[in-house]
Design a protein around this ligand. Structure first.
Ligand code: SF4
Ligand code: SF4
Length: 428
């Protein structure tokens, strides 16, 4: 195995060509591809990107900025992999191509600094917590308002990422084990994620309340790490593998399911068996459960009351939930537990909303264009809530609705369920 690349697919040109050779160039993937829909350029389609990788791998195409831009603009939404009749392993191929090309790539200084800050930052929980506290201070001190008005953020090119940030809730310390309410019916381990643990505490706390209310003891391993998805997709598989090994150690009990809230993290954890060369990885991946699927699978205690909610909720299905975990219907089924709630599929097409990990930071204009049909669909539905199961999608969609009068509240489905469980509890 290549020492630089702890991956089950050896990282070299021949391995890339073995994967690209599976493409029969039928083009069936093109209608599923969001970037092809935006540009109508062949090189921005899955088949075109495969041809670019093939050309570079066999030495016929120079890996110059023009060629690499086509690979960079791939969202890794995997809509193409899902529809491909030849089963081209697109995620593995794109990850491997980016990792291989990263070695010889010359990025401008600003890009190198931002990339390092992002990839190092999410890998360090203590640094993230510190950043979360600083962010909360920034938001509450008036500095945010002043900086926004001054135009400094725009001048530094930070206005788009800053606009994604929600108001940060207080970062209380987690307790390692939270007991079940009432008789214990099992134990689950909760994967908190990196960004979500700082920017979306309310959802994590809601999940703990829902799981304990349904009779599960919740274990939150303190030594868990970022899932590594960002690193895997950004050409840094060695860091991704290091993070994976930390999670394999942190979630060591083979009997306990690992429940995830953000479908982006869940999709990557479920891939550990194929991306991480560790004997424990496949068994770990088999224990990963998206929280919606878990809540659909387990029987609920008979005494659980869910208060009705007379409201309209539009349900957005993140690509990772649909194309990787294949659990597209699970959030709707969870929400259907709430009496009176009108559940509406979100229109605006099946393409990715444009969040896609770090894509929204690297390509803010394209991300906005991909988001617009979804935001327009929420407005057209006159929904009270927009429910989505992925933190990246939630931040991106919420930024698209922010400031609109009567805009839908963007929530994780589990947050709505938690509210109605609380209202349905005795004395609630
Ligand atoms: S659907 Fe599959 S085989 Fe057909 S062009 Fe796309 S990637 Fe190639
Ligand atoms: S992963 Fe998504 S954006 Fe990338 S080529 Fe496939 S369909 Fe297009």
């Amino acid at each position: 195995m290549n020492a630089e690349y702890d991956h089950r697919v050896p990282l070299d040109e021949r391995a890339l060509l073995r994967m690209t050779d599976r493409c029969v160039q039928c083009g069936l993937c093109a209608p599923a591809c969001p970037t092809y829909a935006l540009s109508r350029e062949e090189a921005e389609s899955p088949r075109g990107r495969i041809a670019v990788i093939q050309g570079i791998a066999c030495g016929e195409l120079a890996p110059d900025a023009h060629a690499l831009a086509h690979l960079d603009r791939c969202l890794e939404c995997l809509a193409c992999e899902d529809v491909c009749p030849s089963r081209v392993p697109f995620a593995t191929l794109m990850d491997a191509a980016r990792a291989l090309l990263e070695r010889s790539r010359h990025r401008p200084l600003r890009e190198r600094v931002l990339r390092a800050a992002l990839l190092d930052g999410v890998a360090r929980p203590a640094a993230l917590r510190l950043a979360g506290r600083a962010l909360r201070l920034y938001q509450r001190s008036g500095l945010r308002t002043a900086l926004r008005r001054s135009g400094i953020l725009r001048g530094l090119g930070l206005d788009a990422p800053e606009a994604l940030l929600p108001d940060v809730a207080p970062l209380r310390r987690w307790h390692g084990r939270i007991p079940a309410q009432g008789p214990r019916r099992g134990t689950v381990a909760l994967f908190t994620g990196c960004i979500a643990a700082v920017l979306d505490r309310p959802t994590l706390e809601a999940a703990v309340r829902v799981l304990t209310r349904l009779g599960f003891e919740v274990h939150i391993p303190s030594d868990q790490a970022c899932c590594g998805a960002l690193h895997q997709h950004e050409g840094a598989p060695r860091t991704a593998a290091r993070l994976a090994r930390r999670n394999l150690a942190a979630f060591a009990d083979p009997e306990v399911p690992i429940v995830t809230l953000a479908s982006g993290c869940g999709a990557h954890l479920a891939r550990y068996g194929t991306v991480c060369a560790d004997d424990r990885a496949a068994a770990f991946a088999a224990r990963v459960r998206d929280i919606h699927a878990f809540l659909v699978e387990v029987p609920w205690p008979q005494d659980v009351g869910v208060a009705p909610l007379a409201a309209r909720v539009a349900v957005h299905v993140p690509c990772t939930l649909a194309n990787v975990l294949h659990q597209a219907d699970a959030p709707r089924r969870v929400l259907s537990r709430i009496p009176g709630l009108e559940i509406l599929p979100l229109g605006g097409g099946t393409h990715c909303c444009g969040a896609a990990g770090a894509y929204v930071l690297h390509h803010p204009d394209e991300a906005r264009r991909l988001r617009e049909p979804k935001v327009a669909a929420v407005r057209a539905l006159r929904a009270d809530y927009l429910a989505t199961a992925n933190i990246g999608c939630a931040l991106h969609l919420a930024a698209g609705l922010r400031g609109e009068r009567g805009a839908a509240e963007v929530v994780h489905p589990v947050v709505l369920l938690d509210r109605q469980l609380a209202a349905g509890a005795p004395g609630g």
